[in-house]
Design a protein around this ligand. Structure first.
Ligand code: SAJ
Length: 416
């Protein structure tokens, strides 16, 4: 079968690769000409483990090709980004453009799948009318479904095979037709439902995580007054068979968990006070971290060494990273701040990153904001020697080895 993936981003590319590796004749479509050429040449570089080699092999074997616009195919998968507007509502321009780009090649009997994260009802209210501009009826002539991506960056290839998938059809027939497409390689369950249910389920997964993390963050704030160790409280509570409280930290980052809840909120603001409040708690965390720093280091001549800018460990992704906000607020407080992140490239931010040594040199405090593997086992005799005052605040509670003479704090022992 011929399959066309529109949007070769962090979901489209691995999805295209996995289909190509499972017997489909795949064309990847993207407006980025460089990306198209690199994919055709088997030279594409991505951040995802194992993907570059797979793509190079598939290109060599002729199983995947790239193109600037959709070609005739049996199945079209839309995997373009859904950015949000300034008021946090979803910007559906890319999704609409992608759907429109299929129209010239769309034929009766084709299948259209939307993988992009979208607000509830978008498949039916926005995508179906575009498809029907072709004169074909969505659900009868063209099978249409939303199949949300749910893979974790860093583990995308494995999770594409192993995770359960939700397929939400515009009608039952579309759901079952599209479910069969995914059953060709998905080892988990492929669950059929309506388009609206699928859209909302995807958003609720990330909203659940957001609200749950907010609960953990709120507990951490409570710990000062209660004189408790919030991490121990969480781990004790989680011993209950029906409790699973997440971990506190400097806030919630990435392009999914802090964004997706807004797609639900925009549909019914009056009935989403809990989600709204949870977002506010998480957004207050960078400020909370800065308050702790202020208790530990005086602003006058104080130098704070920051380790980690990425939104989570082992990634170079800084989108919506709470670390950016912490650094900005520390700078606004007039601290001298130097930042080290072994993965993040300087081009992504507007200030200079420092080397490991320069960041620590003469610092009054080390503030760990990302749980990169490298930070879990630092050479503490070197760290403590370089710093003026060896005080550490590990907001991810990620350090595993003995910090030697350092005065080490995490949420675990800040207030107990
Ligand atoms: N975080 C905490 N405490 C926790 C867990 C995470 O503060 O207990 C923070 C992280 O540090 C990070 C943020 O939350 O800043 C988000 O990280 P994450 O690892 O929870 O999630 P993402 O954004 O990398 O990927 C999520 C995943 N969703 C779920 O686990 C429900 C992934 O499966 C989705 O495919 C992805 O969003 C997406 O694209 O929607």
């Amino acid at each position: 079968k011929q399959l066309c993936v529109i949007g070769l981003g962090y979901i489209g590319l691995p999805t295209a690769a996995v289909f190509a590796d499972n017997g489909f004749d795949v064309t990847g479509v993207d407006v980025n000409e460089t990306l198209v050429n690199q994919l055709n040449d088997g030279q594409l570089k991505t951040r995802e483990k194992g993907l570059d080699m797979l793509l190079a092999r598939l290109a060599e074997e002729g199983k995947i090709t790239a193109s600037a616009s959709p070609v005739e195919a049996d199945i079209y998968i839309i995997a373009v980004p859904t950015p949000h507007n300034a008021d946090h509502t979803a910007n559906l321009d890319y999704v609409s453009q992608a759907a429109k780009s299929i129209l010239p090649v769309l034929r009766k009997g084709n299948t259209v799948i939307v993988e992009s994260t979208i607000p509830p009802r978008t498949t039916r209210d926005v995508v179906a009318p575009i498809i029907e501009m072709s004169g074909l009826t969505a659900g009868d002539d063209v099978f249409l479904a939303h199949c949300p991506e749910r893979v974790l960056p860093g583990k995308i290839l494995t999770e594409l095979y192993e995770n359960n998938r939700i397929v939400g059809g515009i009608n039952r027939f579309s759901a079952s037709k599209v479910a069969d497409v995914y059953r060709t390689f998905v080892m988990g369950k492929v669950m059929e439902t309506s388009a609206e249910n699928a859209e909302t389920a995807k958003l609720m997964e990330n909203t659940y995580r957001n609200v749950n993390i907010a609960l953990a963050n709120e507990l951490s704030k409570l710990s000062e007054g209660l004189k408790i160790n919030p991490l121990e409280v969480i781990s004790l509570a989680n011993e209950h068979p029906r409790v699973n409280i997440h971990q506190p930290g400097p806030g919630v980052g990435g392009h999914c968990i802090p964004v997706d809840p807004y797609f639900i909120m925009e549909k019914d603001p009056a009935n989403t006070p809990l989600i709204t409040e949870a977002m506010a708690v998480n957004e207050s965390m960078p400020g909370f971290v800065v308050e702790q720093v202020k208790k530990m280091v005086s602003i006058e001549n104080g130098k704070v060494a920051v380790f980690g800018l990425a939104y989570k460990g082992e990634t170079d992704d800084i989108r919506k990273s709470p670390a950016l906000k912490v650094v900005e607020q520390l700078q606004n407080e007039a601290y001298k701040v130097s930042v080290y992140d072994p993965y993040v490239r300087e081009a992504q931010i507007c200030y200079e990153l420092s080397s490991f040594e320069d960041t620590l040199e003469d610092a009054d405090m080390l503030l760990i904001l990302t749980d990169h593997q490298k930070f879990k086992n630092l050479n503490w005799s070197q760290v403590n020697r370089l710093m003026k005052t060896a005080v550490v605040l590990d907001t991810k509670d990620c350090v595993e080895n003995d910090t030697g003479s350092a005065d080490y704090y995490s949420f675990r022992n800040l207030y107990e």
